[in-house]
Design a protein around this ligand. Sequence first.
Ligand code: PEP
Length: 257
Amino acid sequence: MTPDIRPLVAGNWKMNGLKASAAEFKAMIEGYDDDLARRVDLMICPPATLVLAFAQMAQPSELAVGGQDCHAEASGAHTGDIAAEMLADASATAVIVGHSERRQDHDERDSHVRDKAKAAWRAGLIAIVCVGEAEAERDEGVTLDRIESQLKGSIPDDARAANLVVAYEPVWAIGTGRTPMPGDVAEVHTFIRDKLSARFGEDEGGRMRILYGGSVKPNNAETLMAVDNVDGALVGGASLKADDILAIASAYRQIMG
Ligand code: PEP
């Protein structure tokens, strides 16, 4: 946790979810009660086909809906892509950019991610910018170098605490059931905080949310969310089930007392 930063638990449904998933999403809305909403922001990023319907369902609760990716351009001849403006039009409030699966599957580089973050801001969305080292990089001892270059290359210069969330997601921890030790998470998150504060100033950088992502589950959420400079979680698999994502968000009932 970081004192004075409101935590965020964001669920990334990836390429999962059909109209029938509305029942599970409804259970999330119902479980996100006033006590939980006082402690932690909750967001679900479903596939693009469900953004509008989920955003409408979520009203008038505080549960937010986000996109999983956007194109850098506002419109044009880009078959199959989705513009940040389209997500905003469908009532999304945020978009994930630079997820490691996008970086791997679509050969996205830091410069693409930076342009997508700019597009998110152009459309009035929060950009959730993902960074994280591969297993070989951790083994070689170059984790912090990798994170530093991703932060530099992927985050535009005019980032503000209100429109940027950084998600630290070690690639080897995503979908594997493996997580770094809390001390390793603390080291990377404190490093990210220092870099953000140095680049954007203590005030802005000190208030930017830094999420941890990679096999966050109900049974490890409290330990991971209590780590210094961990301001919430980006959750993949466990965000598909209302019971699991609500249990993860509920870690803040214990942490905050
Ligand atoms: C993710 O895809 O961002 C992620 C963290 O996945 P999982 O929680 O399934 O590891």
